[in-house]
Ligand binder design. Structure first.
Ligand code: ATP
Ligand code: MG
Length: 366
């Protein structure tokens, strides 16, 4: 499905450092603003113990985890919406993503330059929010000028409806709020879906802290937590520089040991992926056999044919039915044959809503 999360924030707050914890690609992270210009793209595999358990049953030739793409975008500054800094190009990079990971500098360090001279994550957040909102306002206003005439003459019902929604967006953005606070039903959302507003994307805040604050945060984190409590957003505390060092260690055991030394059970990568899954309302289904055990990401509520379409469009086009085994049945009974004998294979049609952990076998004909 190629879901993509974009990392945004002011220059030099640790975006590339976070990216380096997440992906195997190595982005240049350095102590100067605008170190990143071209976006770095990384693919992170989604860790899932269930995939390994299934693989231990089927012993396939290939084990394929599902993935999320992460883009490390250039730092934004005040005036970006008007072309300052790296301006518009970089806003275009954000537009292409499904969700935003907003990195906030929550560590003191006199040796690391802050573009605004002091550590203040709240101010930083507002600068970024404002630039994104201004860009959205521009998008909304240009659309309004296109539909205004038609809406006012009253002949076109949907033009009127679109105009009303756009006005609602404009009002919200003018109040200094993000588009995501506007509540629209599914139908209305479709009418303006092609706007791709930047501040309508789900957001995950990452407080980038020093090593000592990795577990319980610090005063900056408290400020951020308080500021976003009314937003429908997730927040994570990650000591990005420390975790980037940890990813350099060779073995999984070494990395786990280091994490435990600083008081963490799970790495920032794992926590971030879990949050991204929650934020984007994602779930996983599996396919498994002697050839391959594989995880697939889908949006909660997806029906069987569309879930099949994630594997291949032919599966959706020629969908006949799905055979579904629950994860617990599969692992308890130990094989597809045993599940069949015990009547644990559900035969489901087009209306079946796929559930997290389902083991799917699609029957299709094209
Ligand atoms: N938690 C942290 N504690 C201390 N130093 C950190 C932390 N996170 C990042 N740094 C350091 O801050 C500097 C800037 O980091 P990085 O290059 O990742 O920033 P960036 O946001 O990608 O900047 P740019 O927008 O310029 O690309 C680097 O020297 C990095 O090692
Ligand atoms: Mg960078």
């Amino acid at each position: 499905m190629g879901l993509q999360c974009g990392i945004v924030g002011l220059p030099n707050v640790g975006k590339s450092t976070l990216f380096n914890c997440l992906s195997n690609a190595r982005a240049q992270a350095a102590n100067f603003p605008f170190c990143t210009i071209e976006p770095n793209l990384g693919v992170i595999t989604v860790p899932d113990d269930r995939l390994n358990t299934l693989a231990s049953i089927d012993k396939p030739t290939r084990i394929v985890p599902t993935t999320i793409e992460i883009v490390d975008i250039a730092g934004l500054v005040k005036g970006a919406s008007k072309g300052e800094g790296l301006g518009n190009k970089f806003l275009a990079n954000i537009r292409e993503t499904d969700a935003i990971i907003h990195v906030l500098r929550c560590f003191d360090n006199d040796n690391i330059t802050h573009v605004d001279g002091s550590i203040n994550p709240l101010r930083d957040k507002e600068i970024i929010d404002m630039e994104l909102q201004l860009k959205d306002l521009e998008t909304v206003e240009s659309r309004i000028s296109k539909v205004e005439k038609m809406a006012k003459t009253g002949s076109d019902k949907s033009a009127k409806k679109i105009y009303d929604i756009l006005s609602q967006y404009r009002q919200t953005l003018l109040e200094g709020k993000s588009a995501r606070v506007v509540q629209l039903d599914k139908e209305d959302r479709k009418l303006v879906g092609d706007l791709m507003l930047l501040t309508d994307k789900p957001v995950l805040y990452v407080c980038n802290v020093d090593e000592a604050s990795a577990v319980s945060g610090n005063k900056y984190v408290d400020i951020v937590r308080d500021a976003i409590k009314d937003e429908n957003a997730e927040m994570l505390i990650i000591a990005a520089a420390t975790e980037a060092d940890i990813t350099e260690l060779d073995t999984y055991e070494e990395r786990q040991m280091f994490l435990q030394e600083i008081g963490l059970q799970e790495s920032g990568v794992v926590r971030l992926i879990k949050s991204a899954y929650k934020l984007l309302d994602l779930q996983t289904y599996f396919t498994t056999g002697v050839q391959e055990t594989r995880a697939w990401t889908f949006h909660r509520g997806t029906k069987a044919p569309q879930a099949a379409g994630i594997i291949h469009s032919d599966f959706e086009r020629g969908f006949i039915r799905a055979e579904v085994i629950k994860y617990n049945d599969y692992t308890t009974l130990g094989s597809e044959a045993a599940c069949r004998e015990s009547g644990k294979i559900g035969v489901e049609g087009k209306e079946y809503v796929v559930q997290d952990g389902d083991i799917m076998h699609f029957r299709f004909n094209v």
